[in-house]
Design a protein around this ligand. Structure first.
Ligand SMILES: Cc1cc2nc3c(=O)[nH]c(=O)nc-3n(C[C@H](O)[C@H](O)[C@H](O)COP(=O)(O)OP(=O)(O)OC[C@H]3O[C@@H](n4cnc5c(N)ncnc54)[C@H](O)[C@@H]3O)c2cc1C
Length: 543
């Protein structure tokens, strides 16, 4: 090699490390959530997720985005999307792990926590392909409401085989959802797609959907107007006679991130579908699916934060400046520790919400926490994602701004979870509605936070103050973000006080509740146990 090509002070790739083993907060959450039976599988998944081979597949799936094929060579409409083989490999793995269905296949204690941990691990390979995985997972409880549809579809939806082609007699299936139209996504009551009954229990749908992700799913849950108001419909891409349903893919979106995944605009023209539930009850029916996908938004963002932190910790462990490794420089340690706090708070909250999903049917407290806590977590964790991605990227300096580092992909992906399934304002207005209409839910949340009473004075003070303010705060629409942020932080703080190490709990309460810190990451107070935080977050990885 010519002397000019000597490569110095560049880190080795972060590869072949175990994404699961390295994340103590995740391992602890799995054990706490009665899912220790899944440890071995999660370890194996963690090893694959950290491998160079799977990371490369993720790069390929994003580097060669999907292509729309509207017609075959004879001019017939086919409305198909072509993906790079790496996409199909990612999908095969995710379905094989059961991330789309495992708790519905076997309802054992800890099933949702185990699946959540798997989702958190596998998201760290690639986020885009988890969109159809998430939607399929979330659709199953809704389809179960209509027994004849459940008999037909559930066995296929829970199958652990991935079959990418559209066909009538498949052993497996994936499900998408389409609500958003051009004139509105948050306010779905403005939907104009019409459903005309055919007299045989089926309907014909005519209209459009402005966002329809993963259009190669086999079946969709879709909202359309009936004479009694919105209904929720099940729309298969292949009709019972084996021909194609009218599902016209007009375009694929040219998106900021999430580029491996296809998101489309579709038109429906006398398209065959069947009703789930009753006419006029479409929103409450599909809300169950939306609530489940909201949990996946929390999980996906917790994963993104952890992946971004890991990249930053790895890079700074190998890169030196001014005579010392970056990770040994006091200011960089403060930045990394602050990122680690945010990441652990997100992971711990996400797993607590998954635990609530496991226990919701047998405990009212858990059912309330599942409903309200998920809305809070979706808002707050997703709001923090882009900030974490940006700061972690900066830890890599100029290298972080370059595609090869993988950080730009995370940065572009980061805002998405905050937008879909209810953008920030809509999410916090939902929190406000729940708090004001169902005081029991507010009480359940405060009880959950109070489980940590006595563990940290700042937390105790903050909960007491909030209890007093709550009745007035829930009346003020313009304060919905402020209130949701405070509640989410209190819930995260309570979980960390109870379940994390003192270094993490103390610094989180100091900076997030007492404002003994600044607005940017890396503004921890001088008393923060930075080494304690970093040892917990990054001690097991190969550096
Ligand atoms: C990549 C991608 C994929 C998607 N895939 C799907 C899909 O598969 N299926 C599907 O149905 N949808 C999908 N969506 C759509 C997504 O769910 C919507 O974009 C989202 O719900 C917001 O709706 P909207 O875009 O119409 O924004 P709008 O409803 O116009 O909202 C714009 C802004 O106004 C705010 N806002 C709304 N109401 C209020 C209020 N009362 N007070 C204060 N602020 C308010 C919102 O928070 C938001 O910030 C996807 C979106 C993206 C980006």
């Amino acid at each position: 090699m010519p002397a000019t090509h000597e490569v110095l002070n560049q880190p080795p790739p972060l590869a072949d490390y175990n994404v699961f083993d390295a994340d103590q907060a995740l391992v602890d959450g799995v054990c706490r959530g009665e899912a220790a039976w899944a440890l071995e599988d999660l370890k194996q998944m963690g090893q694959l997720a950290g491998s160079e081979e799977w990371q490369y597949r993720a790069t390929l799936a994003n580097g060669y985005p999907p292509v729309l094929r509207t017609h075959d060579r004879f001019g017939n409409r086919i409305d198909e999307v072509e993906f790079h083989p790496a996409w199909h490999e990612l999908m095969t793995a995710a379905v094989g792990f059961g991330l789309h269905a495992s708790p519905w296949r076997e309802a054992r204690p800890g099933a949702h926590v185990a699946r959540a941990a798997g989702f958190l691990i596998w998201s760290q390979v690639e986020s885009g392909h988890l969109c159809p995985i998430s939607m399929t997972f979330a659709s199953i409880p809704v389809i179960r409401r209509q027994p004849e549809l459940a008999r037909e579809w559930e066995p296929r939806l829970v199958s652990d085989k991935y079959e990418p082609h559209l066909a009538l007699h498949k052993r497996s299936a994936l499900c998408g959802m389409a609500m958003t139209e051009k004139q509105g996504g948050s306010d779905v009551r403005a939907n104009t797609t019409r459903a005309m009954p055919q007299g045989d229990g089926a309907y014909q749908l005519t209209g459009h959907k402005w966002f329809c992700s993963a259009p190669m799913c086999d079946v969709f849950l879709i909202l359309a107007q009936t004479s009694a108001g919105l209904g929720c419909f099940l729309l298969p891409r292949i009709l019972p006679d084996g021909t194609r349903n009218r599902f016209l893919i007009q375009r694929l979106k040219d998106k900021l991130g999430n580029r491996s995944n296809a998101s489309s605009e579709i038109e429906l023209d006398g398209t065959w579908a069947r009703l789930i539930g009753e006419e006029g009850r479409g929103v409450p029916v599909i809300a169950e699916m939306v609530n489940a996908t909201r949990l996946d938004c929390v999980l996906g963002t917790a994963a993104l934060m952890r992946q971004a932190f890991a990249a930053a910790a790895h890079h700074t462990s190998h890169r030196a400046a001014f005579g010392k490794r970056l990770i040994d420089q006091p200011l960089m340690r403060s930045v990394l520790a602050d990122l680690a706090l945010e990441s652990e708070a997100a992971t711990t909250l996400a797993l607590r919400l998954a635990r609530a999903a496991d226990c919701a049917e047998v405990s009212e407290h858990e059912a309330h926490l599942k409903r309200l806590g998920t809305a809070l977590g979706k808002y707050w964790v997703c709001k923090r994602g882009p900030a974490v991605a940006a700061e972690a990227l900066e830890c890599l300096g100029g290298n972080g701004y370059v595609e090869d580092s993988g950080l730009p992909r995370l940065y572009r992906e980061a805002p998405l979870n905050s937008i879909w399934e209810g953008a920030g304002n809509v999410q916090t207005l939902d929190v406000l509605r729940v708090l004001s209409r169902t005081p029991d839910m507010a009480e359940a949340l405060l009880d959950e936070i109070d489980e940590a009473r006595g563990g940290d004075q700042r937390l105790d003070r903050a909960v007491t103050a909030l209890r007093q303010e709550l009745p007035r705060a829930v009346q003020m629409e313009g304060q919905a973000r402020r209130l949701s942020e405070r509640l989410a932080l209190l819930l995260q703080a309570s979980l960390l006080v109870r379940f994390s190490v003192p270094a993490v709990a103390d610094a989180f309460c100091a900076t997030r509740l007492d404002r003994d810190g600044g607005f940017a990451f890396g503004t921890l107070s001088p008393s923060a146990d930075v080494t304690g935080i970093l040892d917990r977050a990054w001690h097991q990885t190969k550096v």
